[in-house]
Design a protein around this ligand. Structure first.
Ligand code: PHB
Ligand code: FE
Length: 327
């Protein structure tokens, strides 16, 4: 059986025109405004716009680093080969009432189910990656689809943006005009005069210009890679559609404007701190928290990731601390 054949989708659509999906004992359905999730010990409701924004990122990032909380109840944990799909597992009240539930599934199966659900439930008017100012509505009865938006290619440089044969800079001609909020960003590219024979190695690009032309929000993309050190800048507006539970430390460098981060205990959701980052500020998110960002104006953020596959185990076993520096 192929993976597509394993996607469990209702044969018929409901009165609003949408299919229902199942994954293990989880069931998912949507109507005009809401998504309804049920599992053996309970059920949950989310606004469909918030659900699709979270689902889009879980799919595009292939379940990301660690935990993707869609909200305080539902989400996924990446085990890099398999994924836990859970309800209430990182919610103190559900845990204490012993109502939390989780299933471990092979990554291809959840990937294909989530892709099929995202495709079926996204109408032609809605772009889950766009700022609320730059997309139409997610609500209403089934009306077309937005395949181009939900299958956008993810930028992932092998070495660096601008290197021959790698990801290229964005221009008007390549379909990336300067965003309305970044019209004042200098578009001059650096002049590089490489010695003959070094054209593949001596390269530079204007990162601010590159980010000013991003058409998506809350979507870190790899612009440079040095072994496991990945620079993943992103442009932000409104609210990060997931609450990210870390399985490693990540660094944030605020390149422009301002983001407020709500930081909670990763396992219980208890409030830990609020971090207000202004342009030029840098901080490290510890490996035992979860965080969600609020960006009142479109801003530029550099997320610095350590991509080492050894980290989750080193941190979970206590061999590596949950924070990066001792002051
Ligand atoms: C994060 O979880 O660290 C994160 C995710 C998406 C962003 C920024 C930060 O756009
Ligand atoms: Fe994060």
């Amino acid at each position: 059986m192929t993976i597509m054949e394993e996607v469990v989708r209702s044969a018929d659509t409901n009165v609003e025109g949408y299919h229902e999906f199942s994954l293990g004992e989880f069931n998912f359905r949507r109507d005009e405004f809401f998504v309804y999730i049920s599992w053996p010990t309970g059920n949950h409701i989310m606004s469909v716009d918030a659900f699709l924004r979270a689902l889009q990122r879980d799919v595009a990032w292939d379940f990301f680093y660690g935990i993707v909380n869609f909200d305080g109840v539902f989400g996924t944990v990446n085990h890099y080969g398999t994924v836990d799909i859970f309800a209430g597992r990182y919610n103190d009240s559900y845990r204490k009432a012993e109502l939390d539930y989780s299933e471990n599934v092979e990554t291809p199966r959840i990937r294909e189910t989530f892709k099929a659900m995202l495709d079926d439930w996204t109408n032609s008017t809605f772009d889950p990656f766009a700022s609320p100012h730059e997309t139409g509505s997610a609500f209403g009865i089934k009306s077309g689809g937005n395949n181009a938006a939900v299958t956008r290619r993810r930028v992932a440089a092998n070495r660096m943006v601008g290197v021959p044969g790698d990801e290229q800079i964005r221009t008007d001609d390549s379909g990336f005009p300067v965003n309305r909020m970044f019209l004042d960003v200098d578009q001059t590219e650096p002049v590089v005069e490489a010695e003959p024979g070094f054209e593949n190695d001596v390269v530079a690009f204007n990162l601010f210009a590159y980010l000013s032309r991003s058409d998506v929000t809350w979507n870190p993309s790899v612009v440079s890679a040095c072994k496991d050190s990945l620079f993943c800048p992103t442009t932000e507006e409104y609210i990060l559609p997931i609450i990210h539970g870390n399985d490693r430390v990540e660094w944030f460098l605020q390149l422009s404007d301002e983001i407020t981060w709500e930081v909670e205990d990763r396992d219980t959701g208890a409030v830990r701190s609020r971090v207000v980052m202004k342009a030029g500020d840098i901080c490290a998110m510890p490996a035992d928290i979860r965080h969600q960002g609020y960006s009142p104006k479109r801003s530029m953020l550099l997320v610095w990731e350590n991509n080492s596959a050894a980290l989750p185990e080193l941190i979970a076993s206590g061999k590596t601390p949950t924070y990066p520096v001792e002051f």
